[in-house]
Ligand binder design. Structure first.
Ligand code: CMP
Length: 154
């Protein structure tokens, strides 16, 4: 049975400032994932603390919140079969030193503090995180012309 799900991703300020928005969206789209919401914004401290609430109290929490609120981000919701797992695979391990070549972090990042992109790690977290950034009416429903082929399962 096909498991179509939605996930939440954002290109971090390092990715935006380095001009990687297009390259990142290209990689996600070419895998067959459908962009159903997209927005550039500067996160407020409150939004960042909510997005990273599970890391509260850890040594990297404050620097992380300071960093992701320091510049523009590009947030998106992606839809497709097993989207959460697939996006995590395309992005690579959190620490770019361990991320495989061919993944976004493997190809474009060197340190864990500037790892270019964030992606939700479960369906539940994806739904929680996307609600911090997107209203329901900012999510668009449409059919990609290649969906019947790329999403095909028997
Ligand atoms: P991200 O996938 O956005 O989730 C939490 C972020 O915290 C992570 O990517 C890293 O950019 C950042 N971070 C900084 N230090 C660490 C660390 N020691 N362990 C995990 N994440 C870290």
């Amino acid at each position: 049975m096909i498991n179509v799900e939605r996930t939440f991703v954002f290109v971090k300020p390092d990715g935006v400032l380095r001009g990687l928005i297009g390259e990142i969206i290209k990689r996600l789209e070419q895998a067959g994932l459908k962009v159903i919401a997209l927005k550039m914004l500067k996160l407020t401290r409150e939004q960042a603390e909510k997005l990273y609430d599970i890391h509260k109290g850890k040594h990297f929490f404050e620097p992380l919140v300071n960093y992701v609120t320091s510049g523009p981000i590009v947030a998106m919701i992606l839809e497709g079969p097993d989207a959460v797992k697939k996006v995590r695979k395309l992005i690579g391990k959190t620490n770019p030193v361990e991320a495989d070549a061919g993944t976004i972090r493997g190809d474009f990042a060197l340190t864990i503090s500037r790892n270019v992109i964030h992606a939700a790690d479960s369906k539940e977290r994806a739904e929680y995180e996307m609600k911090i950034i997107f209203k329901d009416d900012e999510i668009v429903s449409y059919k990609r012309v290649d969906e019947d082929i790329v999403w095909f399962t028997e």
